[in-house]
Ligand binder design. Sequence first.
Ligand SMILES: [Mg+2]
Length: 355
Amino acid sequence: MKITDIRFKKASFRFKEPVHVAFGIIEGYETVIIRMDTDQGITGYGEAGPLGFVTGDSLDTCLAIAEDFKAGFIGEDPLTIERIHQIMDAMYNYNTSVKAAFDIACYDIAAKNAGLPLYRYLGGFDPRIESDMTISMGEPQKMAEDCLGWINKGFRILKLKLGDDVVKDAERVRTVRNAIGKDIVLRIDANQGWTPKEAIAIEPVLRENNIELIEQPVKAKDYTGLKEVKEKSILPVVADESIHVPEDAALLANMRACDGFNIKLMKCGGIFPALKINAIAEANHLMTMIGCMGESIIANTAGMHLAAARRNISKIDLDVTFMTSCDWITGGFTAEGGSITLSEEPGIGIHIDQF
Ligand SMILES: [Mg+2]
């Protein structure tokens, strides 16, 4: 099989409500959508959702590099994924979002070629997964109301964004837990907002309120701080911004600096490196969570297929689809609240109008 054409375009999406996290307020996002055609009539779709302050790239760098990748990819076989990544890595270091877009498009083609939904092509553990819903950081009462709203829509796992003020964070957790009762699973994400000392100080409060796990308590590069929190904390500590690519996973696993990794396709460069990260996690007895960036149903569903393919990917944070409205990209999965069932259509199972 040969790649005959690659097209890409910018797409804009707006959140139904602005998202507040420790680094600021996010109103919406733009992505680059890729369409890859082959000489066998199979078309694959991929998407880059750069988030500069995490991934260090931008929409413009993704578009410029996509142009260069296109030139390097015409005539290549999309089924040779190891080689595809070698071509991309030889041309550009880092720039994981645009690499993820090309990686996802190749996997979409490969699974369609095999006549399998992507999750089965990748190993096929279980097409049913359950995502959490992320709750923006805000006033404690407002966060509690937001939680109740999503619980009413059928979500049973919620993730609270914390991290701007550790005293207020404790109040947020208590207020939310009081409001929602004991049966809802609650996890928290401090998005690097705490010092190790603050994280260690708040951990008993989190435990009293039955928090499931602590995500990225300290600065991304503070690996020793992360390890210190992990060692002093009874609750599991999951690294997100601290881990991008497989090498980071190996380092943190070696250091025993955390209890799990949050994989995001945009941070690592796609499904191929994500599988490596999960393998490192599993072999080191670490949990894997999968998260998302500002991305549409295309990249989000690719993440769902990855999660559905692997038993060790047990924590799902693929909620951006539920926070955005988009009528021109459809398919992929059905959902009741956060309970997702992947489509059995070959590939990612996504349909795009207007491309
Ligand atoms: Mg996070």
